[in-house]
Design a binder for this molecule. Structure first.
Ligand code: DOR
Ligand code: ZN
Length: 341
């Protein structure tokens, strides 16, 4: 059995930089034509020039036989002025601005401690139609890590969307039923959903031994939340679309006293999503989720080429080279039912 769909795009991706690009860029470009590239480098991508330079480094790592269009983003800090927003909106390769609450995740030290001083910048984004891509978690130490996403909706995102209703928002990598309901209640917004949050719940990470390669942020939640994510992703609603949040870390940085957050899924992401859609009995809805709903939200054309998945039990490689070391794949060494043709 095989499945041919419009070539998909990845609406949330970490490619990293320098030596990592020689693995991450082809790993994504083998499946996806475009990807929204996250700006959480060190230092963060905060200017149009930095985004353009990063895009050139990405394209320099693209093998000649492949095609790929990196869609760039800026990292929101108080240095991102309304002028920079206007310049970004006039720059064809820039498609969004990422909000990292300070301290929420990898390289978020430069992120936003409070939105209070950001209103002019955010209003300008609404005016020029540049989407805000949101890491939706509060970071207060007194809030339980499993509640951080739900509380963010209540304390930060709800009020923001009331204050600036014209702001175009993507709630990234949603992990809770609360977020599914929040998105449905705001028909003008969208959300991305990762393969790992569809495949796993927190018991998979913590029961019977700790599995650092399943540790990501927002953290895996209990199974009722995963069920809500599967229902949303496979519902056919254009508000929910594919964003892998593929986030490679060197194997030693994951298997460590203080392990980094992130799952590397770029090479086999489409096969992972296909498993979820097939299990839910909605394989026919994979194409909308992977290839149609993202471009509709971002006001871009749908891709004109296709990819084919073949249903054949296939072992996931354990690891890929990553600079001087390697990065483990999600489900490395396990069997998945699909592979790219
Ligand atoms: O698991 C994650 N890894 N979540 C994020 O929000 C960031 C990402 C990374 O950059 O490593
Ligand atoms: Zn991410």
């Amino acid at each position: 059995m095989q499945l041919t769909i419009t070539r998909p795009d990845d609406w949330h991706l970490h490619l990293r930089d320098d030596a990592a690009l020689s693995t991450t860029v082809p790993d994504t470009a083998r499946t996806f034509y475009r990807a929204i590239v996250m700006p959480n480098l060190k230092p963060p991508v905060q200017t149009v020039d930095a985004a353009i330079a990063y895009r050139s480094r990405i394209l320099a790592a693209l093998p000649e036989t492949m095609t790929f269009d990196p869609l760039m983003t800026l990292y929101l800090t108080s240095d991102v002025t309304p002028e920079i927003i206007r310049e970004a909106a006039d720059t064809p390769c820039i498609h969004g601005v990422k909000l990292y609450p300070q301290g929420a995740t990898t390289n978020s030290e430069a992120g936003v401690a409070s939105l209070d001083g950001m209103m002019e910048t955010l209003e300008t984004m609404a005016e020029v139609g540049l989407p805000l891509l949101v890491h939706g978690e509060v970071t207060d130490r007194d809030i339980d890590i499993f509640d951080r996403e739900a509380i963010f909706l209540e304390r930060t995102l709800g009020p923001l969307m009331q204050n600036i209703p014209a702001l175009r928002v993507v709630l990234e990598h949603i992990t809770t039923k609360d977020s599914v309901e929040f998105v449905k209640a705001h028909p003008e917004m969208a959300a991305t959903i990762t393969a790992h949050h569809l495949l796993y719940e927190r018991n998979d990470m913590l029961a019977g031994g700790i599995r650092p390669h399943l540790y990501c942020l927002p953290i895996l939640k209990r199974s009722l939340h995963r069920d809500a994510l599967i229902a949303a992703a496979t519902s056919g609603s254009p508000q929910f679309f594919l964003g892998t949040d593929s986030a490679p870390h060197a194997v030693g940085d994951k298997e460590s006293d203080c392990g980094c957050a992130g799952c590397y899924t770029a090479p086999h992401a489409l096969a992972l999503y296909a498993e979820v859609f097939e299990q839910a009995g909605h394989l026919d809805r994979l194409e909308g989720f992977a290839s149609h709903f993202g471009p509709a939200f971002y006001r871009l054309p749908v891709n004109t080429t296709e990819v084919t998945l073949i249903r054949e039990p296939t072992e996931v490689p354990m690891a890929r080279p990553f600079g001087e070391t390697e990065v483990r794949l999600l489900k490395g060494g396990e069997i998945v039912n699909w592979r790219l043709a």
